[in-house]
Design a protein around this ligand. Structure first.
Ligand code: G6P
Length: 368
């Protein structure tokens, strides 16, 4: 086992640091001359473009990855994109139609709730697309078509490299679906160029490792942690909080910053640490205002911002700042989750918990 971990102490740590490589393998052979080629989807693209709705279905981290890709898919396809947690779809027996495209996202391809939701969507006649890291899995076999994530085997129970590769796959799916639109051509070309450079940018953000360890040291004793995000980074808030909850066994909640004033604001005081994601995108000024409101209530703030933006997000230096490289808006969630993965990892080690086998959790939940 130690050989497989190489120079790392834990699989989760190894898998976090592997991301420049796993992202490269995810994209290998799929980006060509300002175009995206996804062999597994090719013959179905026309049907997908004519769907009345695209529904993302998954559980846990896979659901969060789909949520991160949703805004870009909406923008490029113009098709309404619905989000479904597999268990909730089954509980409600929510309506699914023949004109829908149901996209199932699962690292293992064996999660029971996701597979039951797949059976339900097949019965209702939807086109079913699988996005999985596991070749030959039930999800890969039972869907009509799909895309493999190709992130390499993930061993740590908490998903890290599969998450970032899932986002990249769904960005590529959005590029492929939108490829018939002249109006978005320049945007698509810019994103394809940015994808080429993404592994380098992930290598850059991994240099925050010791800074995140330092931040983890300052948070060891806290009872609870909030993470606020919105837009492209609402998913980052949910996924960052999920990582802390899963492995560091610390209460943590990801929240939509737009909902802050509708309840969460009551929790704010000098002790509760709050991470605000405020990297540059269309929501930046709204996040600046969130930071001001939290500061006015003496919140203990940790702000993630784009490189060079520390004084714009925190003019009088009252918050702790994490600066990350700025990339294209739809790819920013891939960058922004990395410091939070590192934070969760270091918090777990410092608190003395099992990193790769968190209490009560399984890598793949194959029972309902
Ligand atoms: C379990 C794992 C999570 C994972 C979820 C979905 O709960 O502990 O890390 O995100 O299942 O797994 P999947 O294989 O479907 O992505």
């Amino acid at each position: 086992e130690q050989i497989k971990k190489g120079n790392y102490d834990h699989f989760m740590q190894k898998e976090i640091h592997e991301q420049p490589h796993s992202l490269t393998t995810t994209m290998r052979g799929r980006l060509r001359d300002n175009d995206v080629v996804l062999g597994g989807l090719k013959v179905h693209l026309k049907t997908i473009r004519h769907s009345r709705r695209i529904i993302f279905i998954g559980c846990g981290t896979s659901y969060n990855a789909a949520l991160a890709a949703r805004p870009f898919l909406e923008e490029l396809s113009g098709i309404p994109v619905a989000m479904e947690l597999a268990s909730d779809l089954l509980d409600r027996q929510g309506p699914i139609y023949r004109e829908d495209t149901a996209v199932f996202v699962s690292q293992s391809g064996e999660t029971a709730d996701t597979l039951l939701a797949l059976e339900y969507a097949l019965e209702n006649g939807a086109l079913c697309v699988g996005i999985t890291n596991t070749v030959g899995s039930t999800l890969a076999r039972k869907t009509h078509c799909g895309v493999h994530i190709n992130a390499g085997c993930e061993i740590g129970v908490a998903s890290t490299k599969a998450y970032t590769s899932q986002i990249v796959v769904m960005v590529m799916v959005a590029l492929a679906i939108g490829a018939d639109k002249i109006s978005t051509q320049s945007k698509r070309e810019a994103i394809i160029n940015a994808l080429h450079d993404l592994p380098n940018q992930v290598s850059e953000v991994l240099k925050l490792d010791s800074e995140m360890k330092d931040l983890a040291e300052s948070l060891i004793e806290t009872q609870s942690l909030l993470v606020f995000g919105r837009g492209y980074n609402y998913a980052t808030a949910l996924e960052g909080a999920l990582k802390v909850k899963e492995v560091a066994l610390m209460h943590s909640e990801g929240m939509l910053a737009g909902e802050m004033k509708h309840g969460p604001l009551a929790l704010v005081d000098e002790t509760l640490p709050i991470i605000v994601i405020a990297t540059r995108d269309a929501c930046f000024s709204k996040q600046q205002s969130v930071i001001q409101q939290l500061h006015a209530r003496k919140g203990r703030l940790i702000v993630m911002c784009s490189n060079g933006d520390a004084s714009s997000v925190c003019p009088s230096g009252y918050c702790r700042v994490i600066e990350v490289p700025q990339v294209a808006d739809c790819l920013q969630p891939v960058i922004n989750i990395v410091p939070l993965q590192l934070l969760a990892y270091h918090l777990t080690v410092l608190r003395g918990y099992d990193v790769d086998q968190p209490r009560n959790l399984a890598k793949s939940v194959t029972t309902q």
